[in-house]
Ligand binder design. Structure first.
Ligand code: FES
Length: 105
């Protein structure tokens, strides 16, 4: 069990308990001002876009080409922060990870 610190689209912070192996998108879609995750994690909608703080961004496995291509098509893309939350699995190394849900497109 670990924790993530999430800032939602209205600027509210959430301190959330999360199990190793859990997909971040699954947790974020349960928040009131969370994400839509329209494609259900198939890496095809970008509605699960998040901005990961640089310290934590560096600890993530690199994005695959399809994730990166989808992110680059969004207006809100930030090269050193953007990830699709459906493509990130929580692991103990990410305990305390901070990120913000990106604006709706
Ligand atoms: S949920 Fe659609 S791309 Fe992540």
């Amino acid at each position: 069990m670990g924790k993530i610190l999430v800032t939602d689209r209205v600027g509210q912070q959430h301190d959330i308990d999360i199990e190793a192996g859990t997909n971040l998108m699954e947790v974020l879609r349960t928040l009131d001002n969370g994400i839509e995750a329209l494609c259900g994690g198939m890496c095809s909608c970008a509605t699960c876009h998040i901005y990961v703080e640089p310290k934590w961004f560096a600890k993530l496995a690199p994005a695959r080409d399809d994730e990166l291509e989808l992110l680059e098509e969004t207006e809100s893309f930030r090269k050193d922060e953007s990830r699709l939350s459906c493509q990130v699995e929580f692991n103990p190394e990410l305990n305390g990870m901070c990120f913000t849900i990106a604006p709706e497109e």
